[in-house]
Write a protein that binds this ligand. Structure first.
Ligand SMILES: NC(=O)c1ccc[n+]([C@@H]2O[C@H](COP(=O)([O-])OP(=O)(O)OC[C@H]3O[C@@H](n4cnc5c(N)ncnc54)[C@H](OP(=O)(O)O)[C@@H]3O)[C@@H](O)[C@H]2O)c1
Length: 230
């Protein structure tokens, strides 16, 4: 029997004022080396990572596991050196020239019938997953169910805020790591960890704090989503 979906963990770095990038939506490189190592450790523990088109467009790359200890640990666990990197986008309007398409990772595309059209028969993506709702949106629950059948049991969600909002609205997040970094980005258009329509406070997803680490100037917060059965 397969689990009905992979275990999901969101990992984000945030400014003290709750932004995950500046108002230009620049790649978020404000975390320290410790934060980068933390992110790499989470990625190394995953069978696959998932991110939205906005995140891929901002960075042009994805973070690979390079720490030899982590690579060795994956090998000892019978895992390939890198998790699968899954980008999700309805339009799939991605630039094939970005560095991501040259990185030594398996790349999968989660998209719609229309989005899949221009990438079929090309070498950039090893798999194109099409899961569509009747409204032609990506059917994330069906996609996650499919990933579970492919032995993807741990999925790390790398953002951004739009994708995280969709997953939270569907109650598909299990854990959350947020690194609070010592800067203020401000701006009413700068992205936040959770975009979307938002939740009313009495219906908002509730969290349970699992652990807190402070390393130099950064605070690493680890939460679990509370479910109604808790
Ligand atoms: N600080 C951090 O840790 C961190 C991490 C990640 C990203 N970021 C920052 O966040 C920004 C990008 O975040 P974002 O919120 O704009 O983008 P995002 O969530 O990465 O991407 C949004 C796009 O993903 C696609 N998508 C596919 N399925 C979706 C779904 N179910 N729900 C929502 N979107 C879906 C849509 O693309 P289509 O329109 O093509 O369908 C949508 O426009 C960048 O500035 C980046 O630097 C920061």
């Amino acid at each position: 029997m397969f689990p009905y979906r992979p275990h999901t963990t969101v990992v984000l770095a945030m400014s003290v004022d709750g932004k995950i990038a500046d108002f230009r939506r620049s790649p978020a490189r404000f975390g320290s080396r410790v934060d980068k190592a933390h992110l790499e450790k989470q990625i190394a523990a995953a069978d696959a990572v998932l991110f939205g088109a906005g995140t891929l467009t901002a960075y042009g790359t994805t973070l690979t596991v390079t720490d030899p200890t982590l690579v060795k640990l994956r090998a000892q666990g019978g895992k390939p050196p890198q998790p699968v990197h899954i980008v999700t986008t309805h339009s799939a309007n991605l630039n094939p020239e970005i560095k991501f398409f040259k990185q030594p990772v398996r790349r999968w595309l989660l998209t719609t019938t229309q989005g899949a059209f221009s990438w079929k028969g090309r070498s950039e993506f090893q798999q194109i997953l099409v899961f569509e709702t009747p409204r032609r949106e990506i059917d994330i629950p069906a996609a996650l169910k499919h990933l579970a059948t492919l032995h993807i049991t741990r999925l790390v969600v790398l953002g951004g805020g739009e994708l995280v909002a969709s997953l939270l609205e569907l109650d598909l997040i299990d854990e959350l790591w947020v690194t609070v970094c010592p800067l203020i980005l401000g701006g009413n258009t700068a992205p936040t960890p959770v975009e979307g329509k938002g939740f009313l406070s009495d219906l908002a997803p509730k969290l349970q704090l699992l652990e807190v680490h402070t390393v130099e100037q950064e605070v690493f917060l680890h939460y679990r989503l509370q479910r109604s059965a808790d």
